[in-house]
Design a protein around this ligand. Sequence first.
Ligand SMILES: Cc1cc2nc3c(=O)[nH]c(=O)nc-3n(C[C@H](O)[C@H](O)[C@H](O)COP(=O)(O)OP(=O)(O)OC[C@H]3O[C@@H](n4cnc5c(N)ncnc54)[C@H](O)[C@@H]3O)c2cc1C
Length: 378
Amino acid sequence: MSGHYDVIVIGLGVMGSAAAYHLAKAGQRVLALEQFELDHRMGSSHGESRIIRYAYTHPLYVQMAHESFGLWRALEQASGKRLMVRTGGFDFGEPESPTLRQTRQTLEATAIPFEWLDSQEAARRFPQFKLEPHMVALYQPDAAYLAASACVIAQAELARTLGADLLFETPVVRIEPLQDRVRVYTADRVHEADKLVLTGGPWMGKLLGALDLPLPLQPTREQIVFFEPHDSALFTPERCPVFIFHSPTWFYGLPNVDGSGVKIGIHCNNEPCDPDRVNRTPDRAYIERVQAWTRQYVPLAAGKVKEARVCLYTMTPDEHFVIDRHPAYPQIVFGAGFSGHGFKFGNLIGKLLADMALGNQVSYDLNLFSLARFRQSA
Ligand SMILES: Cc1cc2nc3c(=O)[nH]c(=O)nc-3n(C[C@H](O)[C@H](O)[C@H](O)COP(=O)(O)OP(=O)(O)OC[C@H]3O[C@@H](n4cnc5c(N)ncnc54)[C@H](O)[C@@H]3O)c2cc1C
């Protein structure tokens, strides 16, 4: 048996490293356990970049984006690292696209500045993109990219500096809720704490299932492709916005970050997988599908494929997150089902989970993220 902690955090992706950071900052005795090494490639939070944006269809995400931008800036201050680079955001597609129209209405309703461009104006301002004549674009100037791996490392290092114990390559094999605390078992030790924060990413279905809380959390195998652009000057973060193509299949992309190439992928390719048994070799057919789309809509980026990678999402049926407390064990709080769009809110969600664990007031109506919604729909 190791010492007694105030809070144990399981999983050190963007959510868990943020929770450990905010808990340590609040003066808690924190133990954080991660099955792999820091910044490993097996889950959802690694790599050069993730999009952060206001352009959402639901106002709660716009509200959360507000605080998230501020928290990432504060983390840059605290870590002395550059973690967020402003690029602007370019959402485009058919004028009647339901998600593009709803995004426009939500930004109007939340007073977030944006421009609505026709294809000619879009071509003049953003020569990277080739819209069909009837297509439109929504440009939002505050969007940016987050240096994903650097964000996770900064949160973990600050948590450690603030006194947290972080154990890597230490898989949790069992969780035992007790009356007023929790016991957490690893291969050779038992740890105890008053509270538990569970942020196991694609493994959350298994972790919560073992706590008699089966939820509709589906890990999916996702892929991304990095292109050597034909015109590299056009695809630097200073010139190229992060972009999303609104259609029944969403394509998204980011500028060439640190020479990694222009990153383009399909949002939610919907290929269910078991996180412990994933084919990590990208599919030729997928790469060709993304190449064809890129040649049509971002032709100056469609050069040689530099690299392709596999990464994991955890999908919920409605693509909204699950941030809640275990109904039978209130000392256990968790964040799961980030459905391919959680990173931007990672710092904030870590803070919310820390506040929930400590019984502090949370300043958001989190009903949209409650697990009760699955019971109602069952
Ligand atoms: C290709 C791709 C592109 C994306 N693009 C964007 C984007 O542009 N913008 C955006 O906002 N979001 C994006 N996302 C989504 C975002 O990256 C995820 O929502 C986020 O990283 C989820 O973080 P997490 O901490 O929940 O999961 P993870 O990073 O997977 O962390 C969970 C951790 O728990 C650990 N763990 C699990 N079980 C155990 C155990 N038993 N014992 C110990 N440790 C355990 C795992 O090893 C892992 O490190 C993208 C995701 C992918 C895959």
